[in-house]
Design a protein around this ligand. Structure first.
Ligand SMILES: [Zn+2]
Length: 252
């Protein structure tokens, strides 16, 4: 079942031959004797696709040479094939095309970072995503403004509440923030907003606190909890940004 040959699982490449094999849970070493591939099949191959797959398997394995050493796991991300925890970061960095200071930000609480990563991957349960997954809702429009379909870009950047909040944040941080059209736009701006690491970290905190507060307000409307009113959004951004930064910056 390992990807030890051709980067794929032989079971998937040669399904008919796999089906005939009597020992489907074996290791490579169980099949490989004297530089030959040995199989016990329930019956001989009968022709057609079975013969084609067997020929293809044999010609593939003819190019492989196995050592007599014990089998072991290798971590292929690093050149020495040993596993350091830091290589997971490298792996994630390659798959996430955004500023790594954002999602490796130690100042921001993990709960909020988790929310942010879901937003980054467009995995938040906004109405558009629920509709795409055929989940029934009484309405798919934004419950705050009622103007349009509620998707992440609308909630965080185009809803009148969001645009008002971002304009207030502009005044608070005394920086002329552009009107971002989507999250990628915001991420690109953040990546080059300030060469000063501390200022950059503050801007990241403020922007993610803003997104987090807007989402909390949105959830309050959807679930009608009455716990996070519109008037709380700005206060929550100010308090969260200060709390995160001053409580954790000097300890990371
Ligand atoms: Zn709206």
């Amino acid at each position: 079942m390992d990807r030890w040959c051709q980067g794929s699982i032989l079971r998937d490449l040669f399904t008919y031959i796999f089906y005939l094999d009597e020992n489907k849970q074996c290791l490579v070493i169980d099949k490989w004797h004297n530089n030959e591939w040995n199989c016990n099949r329930r019956r001989p191959v009968r022709g057609g696709i079975e013969v084609e797959q067997l020929d293809a398997l044999n010609s593939l394995l003819a190019q492989v040479s196995c050592s007599n050493l014990d089998e072991k796991w290798c971590w292929t991300i690093t050149s020495d094939q040993f596993f350091p925890a830091s290589s997971i970061r490298v792996l994630l960095d390659r798959s996430m095309d955004v500023c790594r200071n954002t999602y490796w930000n130690k100042v921001i609480p993990s709960k909020v970072l988790n929310f942010f990563l879901r937003l980054l991957l467009n995995r938040l349960p906004d109405k558009k995503n629920l509709q795409d997954r055929n989940i029934s809702c009484s309405s798919y429009t934004c419950l705050d403004c009622g103007f349009t379909l509620e998707d992440a870009n609308h909630v965080f950047f185009h809803c009148p509440t969001a645009t008002h909040v971002w304009s207030c944040i502009t005044m608070w941080v005394c920086i002329s923030l552009p009107r971002w059209k989507d999250l990628l736009d915001l991420m690109n701006w953040l990546a080059s907003a300030s060469p000063n690491p501390k200022k950059s970290l503050v801007l990241h905190c403020v922007c993610i606190a803003t997104l987090w507060s807007i989402w909390r307000f949105r959830n309050d409307i959807v679930f009608q909890t009455g716990l996070f009113k519109k008037s709380y959004i700005l206060d929550n951004i100010f308090v969260s940004s200060f709390d995160w930064f001053y409580a954790r910056y000097f300890f990371v």
